[in-house]
Design a binder for this molecule. Structure first.
Ligand code: NDP
Length: 251
């Protein structure tokens, strides 16, 4: 039988670990050619080997979403090697937690540059291809936002603000692109076991996160990949604008 995503050309940012890696694996298994973007080239190369040895097609494109030139160069390489992109998963992100009174402007800036400006930079690099793809078939633009876009958590004010912006942007862009036939989706996950929490350097908030992972069975990165694979394999006229996905026991 033909695979559900056969013939499609996907880009997944943040594909070096967690949800991005799981999503890249899944899209490739479902038949898409996949460009893997993140900073850690070794991780990407390893994932390419895994996908290729399973009979799939993938390329590793080491790039930093906070760098204009690297992202523009990445888009050129993807077009040259895989063809016109029709599926973008804007997933790269960082979560750095600190009480707002600590005034960690360095961490705020990193989250804004990655989770918001980075998302916009990647939009800009691939949007023309998506619009053109929609004229010829199906085109999907997904952003991995967060439950934090909707709910506030102490210590996560700036992270939540970047995710609220990402969800807002996705909804607004959906309105602008609806007439062009590009499907736009924001995915808002709850607690998911990945490397995300490893970057929290505030001891109490880090311990609190560990406690949350002990308290409820969290989602796996593969659960998010499964949702994304479902979303992009609907018939062309069906769009899921915003999807929240939570562990059953997360209140
Ligand atoms: P991971 O830390 O495992 O994955 C994040 C990915 O983003 C890594 O592959 C990392 O690769 C990449 N990345 C980070 N900064 C950059 C950058 N500047 N340029 C390019 N790539 C970058 O965590 P998750 O899988 O959990 O995170 C994926 C998304 O899911 C994030 O947007 C996160 O905010 C969101 N999310 C996660 C939740 C969770 O509970 N885990 C809940 C809700 C949302 P590299 O370091 O090699 O660049």
């Amino acid at each position: 039988a033909t695979k559900p995503l056969a013939g499609r050309v996907a880009v997944v940012t943040g594909a070096a670990s967690g949800m991005g890696a799981a999503t890249a694996l899944r899209l490739a298994a479902d038949g898409a050619s996949v460009a893997l973007l993140a900073r850690r080239a070794d991780r990407l190369e390893e994932l390419v080997r895994t996908i290729t040895s399973a009979g799939g097609r993938a390329i590793a494109v080491a790039a930093d979403v906070t760098d204009d030139e690297q992202i523009a160069a990445a888009a050129k390489r993807v077009a040259a090697e895989l063809g016109r992109v029709d599926l973008l998963v804007n997933n790269a992100g960082v979560m750095l937690a600190d009480p707002i009174t600590d005034l960690r402007a360095d961490q705020w800036q990193r989250m804004i540059d990655t989770n918001l400006t980075g998302v916009l930079r990647v939009f800009a690099a691939f949007l023309p291809a998506l619009v053109e793809s929609a004229e010829h078939g199906t085109a999907d633009l997904l952003t991995v936002s967060s439950l934090g876009a909707k709910v506030t958590f102490p210590g996560y004010s700036v992270y939540g603000a970047t995710k609220a912006a990402a969800s807002y942007l996705s909804q607004a862009v959906r309105g602008e692109l609806a007439g062009k036939g590009v499907r736009v989706t924001a995915i808002e996950p709850g607690l998911t076991r990945t490397e995300l929490a490893d970057h929290v350097d505030h001891p109490e908030l880090s311990a609190q996160l560990d406690g949350m992972f002990e308290a409820v069975p969290a989602l796996a990165a593969e659960d998010i990949a499964d949702l994304i694979a479902y979303t992009v394999s609907r018939p062309k006229h069906v769009n899921l604008p915003t999807v929240m996905i939570l562990p059953t026991q997360q209140a």
